[in-house]
Design a protein around this ligand. Sequence first.
Ligand code: SAH
Length: 376
Amino acid sequence: MATPSTLLPPTPPAPDRRPALLGLPLERLAAALAPVVDRPFRARQVHDALHRRAVSGFEEMTDLPKELRERLAREFRVGGPEVVRRAPSEDGTVKYLLSFADGATVEAVDIPDGERRTLCISSQAGCGLACKFCVTGYWGPGRNLAPGEIVGQVLAIRRDRGLPASGFNLVFMGMGEPLLNLEALEASLAVLTETLSPRRITVSTAGVVPGIDAMARWPRRPNLAVSLHAPDDERRSELMPINRSYPLAELLAALERYPLERGRKVTIEYLLVRDFNDEEADADALARRLGGLRVKVNLIPVNPDPVLGPAMVPPPDERVAAFRARLERRGLVATVRRRRGDDVSAACGQLRAFGRDPKGFRAGLHRPAPAGPAGP
Ligand code: SAH
């Protein structure tokens, strides 16, 4: 006979109150460890293990005495995600489904490109901005990630792919709006820039003006990219509800006062949607609005997805080329973003954390992660 306890849902596990170490730069790590470790140089050892060797747990810190490892494991947690699934694309891109202790999931992507490599990470486990062209927005908001959870995505990919601590680019272009998780973003950058130059890091925003102004005050700024996507408020608001809070004039004014180092530019991301914003007249209007700003334009032919409906289709290649040529003729630097990993829904705007989307599994799009690390 069923007892009442078998009929009730299981009690959720008690939240893990041990502080996470991944969100702490060396100095703060040393302060946190001070009451626990026997020698001052232990902090450097732990920091190297976490951020240079990218170990996943204290048991792997074999240069520490066993007793200390056990003590650390009782008092702290590492705080990074677990790789739940790995979806390798035909083109070498690998999408990761990562999960945190409370069950929140995000996706992050490794994008090798010849000698170059870009890691794309998430700042929130979902997104509340509801941009019409973005699958993450379609699935709705999720919680902010903690600094260690942001840093941990980079470490999880590095561990899986055997990558060193530098020599790649890092973009905050995965799930979420980084400038709506500003404090954690800044804290994660303090750790990430211990090993990676801020010039290698790009934060992409949908146009959160107070966040841009806050970034302007940071002493070590990463590159800034802004999702613009339309040359006028009417069409921008249609694509991006956030434009009603921060319309184009305010957004462009924030870019005008944004401090840039010599030779640096803000990246303007412009999504190209067939028969919506892809006319040469739109290129002219865009160039006019951007006149006088230190920017370069990255054109992104929209990546379609079944949940986005039939309007979200990219223009034909010739039209993309014509749009680009038109911008260049008006003196703007413009590039076209190549689509990567779309066969496994790893391309821009296709991240949904596929644990949340059972349809993806049934369609057989995502192969389960093989056991053990894979080579690059
Ligand atoms: N919230 C931030 C970062 C996440 S989106 C932002 O809005 O910038 C990262 C980039 O992917 C943005 O430029 C976004 O506009 C783009 N993107 C979103 N959906 C897309 C889609 N379906 N096809 C192509 N690019 C898309």
